[in-house]
Design a protein around this ligand. Sequence first.
Ligand code: ARG
Length: 391
Amino acid sequence: MPAARIGEDAPAEQPSSRPGVDPAEAEEFIRLFHAENPNAGPAEPRVAAVREEIDRTGTYVHTGEELEFGARVAWRSSARCIGRLYWRSLHLRDRRHVTAPDEVAAECVGHLREATRKGRIRSTITIFAPDGPSSRGPRIWNEQLIRYAGYRAGGRVLGDPRTAGFTDTARTLGWMPPSPMGRFDVLPLVVSGGGEHVKEGPQVHEIPADAVLEVPLTHPDHAWFAEMELRWHALPVISNMRLDIGGISYPAAPFNGWYMATEIAARNLADADRYDMLAEVAEAMGLDTSSDRTLWRDRAAVELTAAVQHSFDEAGVSLADHHGESRRFLRFVEKEEASGRKCPVDWSWIVPPISGGLTPVFHRYYDEPTDTGPMFRLDDQAAARAGGCPV
Ligand code: ARG
């Protein structure tokens, strides 16, 4: 994508082309809120008020309780998330008044600090201004608030190949990588403003190093493992999914849980199109890598996972493992069924990337993912921005 297009707005995102809130969707959400929160009283007066507000303004404003409940239900409905048992504990940072890019960036840093808590990670969401009929909310271009840069050089990538496009974009926008460049350089935030700041173009903000907790990786039995100088960040914060609640769409609503070891060990560090570490680990283990049938990949992936678990445990950083998390997930499914709710599940995302059949989540079918109700969604434009193709 030519650099000249960076920061241009795609027509589909212009506020003028955005219709007002669908009153039926709003009503459905308000009724759900009152049905599940009997202390909030009867739904009728609020439904009438919301309908009147939509008639008058084209939209409506969620109460703090509605917003918190909507965000929690969006998590509860995330078909790809294995960690949903604790959906009720999601901590809300209500920042709906924030639209300026520098304030969005500062609040993202605040989110990192509040959610990390020196390793006692707390599931947290920060919700910025919504899109509305007459104004737009801000956008965070990063796929996650914390990601490592991927530098293209000579047909290869130093760092995380997944972020190569985004890293190019950040540099085009003026970001200066550290010198020398490394494999684990934290990318800056790239934010475009909402409201009156919508025309200002994207801003680049470095994340202060002391807001990013990282864990250097060591192995409980193999001293050589530390020499590979692998590390990973403690906090996964998805930052480019929009949060849709009752007809209102929040395009910037970064949220985090804590990691499951296999996400880091068996995907981020193992995938051939990511850090691709399996061969190096297998060779250091002394395995025969000349044939797939020696299972060197499998054995290396298990030892990488052991290293991630060991290192996070030593550092006192919250981290799930695929066995415990699978059991908890089935408890979640049972609870949802007992509450009379559908429980949408994407089997291919829930089953862990190693030892699938050794976990109970493998051995059953689930309800199909749905597309209604409060929901996190990744729209094409957000995906393109995070991939380095600004739209
Ligand atoms: N798999 C993603 C990553 O490795 C993170 C997705 C969210 N994970 C979580 N445990 N909340 O960065």
